[in-house]
Ligand binder design. Structure first.
Ligand code: VAH
Length: 313
């Protein structure tokens, strides 16, 4: 049995769909603190889970004896700055509960997402390497940095086969993002189709590492399927994707919707978060250790997003 915790989220929803396609719906238990989102409702087993409720979690591990657990429940960067203690508690304590139960129940593999948010103002900004100065100044960022340290520790000390990816900003059409700084890059597509215009909360020249959800899901499954001996990094792997600014994204959208108009607000708190993050990432280690190869560039992603969104909007 595979359990996906945080199944209602942007990544969780798509991961549940992908894993059910591979392993069979009945073998992939979706779980979240709330009832299942529409996209995964009635499509396979579901459990209500609160990762902060240790007894509830112990019962779930005991009942299902999962072979794999994907812990995607988290509070992201922007909401994390509004609720810093709640973000630290959920992101940190939730992970520690899962790692402890993975030891107790000998769970074969655990996946836990990190983020390019683990880098900070003094990290190299371009082609940010796997190892460098990391001074994240958001609660989300340093909860992910601390989480990476715990994952590496539980692997070294207790042999937990926990694997992790530092996701860039993720863009997809099957599930919406929640509470992040990169969410503009999803909202812009919806607005381009619905109203023909969008006001970006990040400034025109704000370059960030991004990735199409198809690539992110494929990378996750590829990492989890790789032989354990190939996984040399047990903190979290850099994953590059595409680096672009709101202006570059708008220009790509305008190739499909010529009169689409973008404007910019200039006092959004998420700007400071974005400014503390790298502009592009080096993912040589992921390429070498488990054969990572990106498939969607900006042009292919934009075309696919618009093609799929216009069918459901
Ligand atoms: C956020 N989407 O914006 C997340 C992600 C790199 C960004 O971690 O907080």
């Amino acid at each position: 049995k595979i359990i996906v915790i945080g199944a209602n989220g942007q990544i969780g929803t798509e991961l549940v769909m992908a894993l059910r396609g591979i392993h069979g719906a009945e073998n992939v238990i979706a779980s979240d603190i709330n009832d299942p989102a529409y996209a995964i409702r009635n499509s396979g087993p579901f459990e209500l889970i609160n990762v902060l409720d240790k007894d509830n979690l112990h019962h779930i591990f005991d009942k299902h004896r999962p072979t794999q657990v994907y812990l995607l429940a988290a509070i992201l960067s922007a909401v994390g700055e509004q609720k810093p203690k709640m973000a630290w508690d959920l992101n940190m304590t939730g992970l520690l509960h899962i790692l402890d139960f993975a030891v107790e129940f000998k769970t074969a593999k655990v996946f836990w997402p990190s983020s390019i948010a683990v880098f900070g103002p003094h990290s190299p900004q371009f082609n940010t390497p796997q190892y460098c100065v990391m001074d994240p100044n958001t609660v989300y960022g340093f909860s992910k940095l601390a989480g990476e340290r715990w994952c590496e520790y539980y692997h070294a000390k207790y042999g937990v086969d926990v694997r992790s990816i530092r996701y860039p900003g993720l863009i997809g059409w099957k599930a919406n993002p929640g509470g992040g700084t990169t969410d503009y890059a999803v909202h812009i597509f919806h607005e381009a189709l619905k109203t023909g215009k969008y006001q970006s909360f990040l400034s025109a020249g704000t370059a960030l590492p991004m990735m199409y959800m198809e690539d992110a899901i494929r990378a996750t499954i590829s990492l989890m399927d790789a032989p354990a001996e190939n996984i040399k990094i047990r903190s979290s792997y850099n994953l590059a994707g595409i680096s672009f600014t709101p202006t570059q994204l708008a220009e790509e959208i305008q190739k499909h919707i010529p009169d689409f108009e973008i404007s910019y607000s200039d006092n959004d708190p998420r700007q400071a978060i974005a400014d503390s993050w790298p502009k592009s990432i080096d993912d040589t280690d992921a390429q070498q250790d488990w054969g990572w190869q990106l498939e969607y560039d900006l042009s292919k992603m934009t075309a696919d997003m618009l093609d799929n969104l216009k069918k459901i909007l």
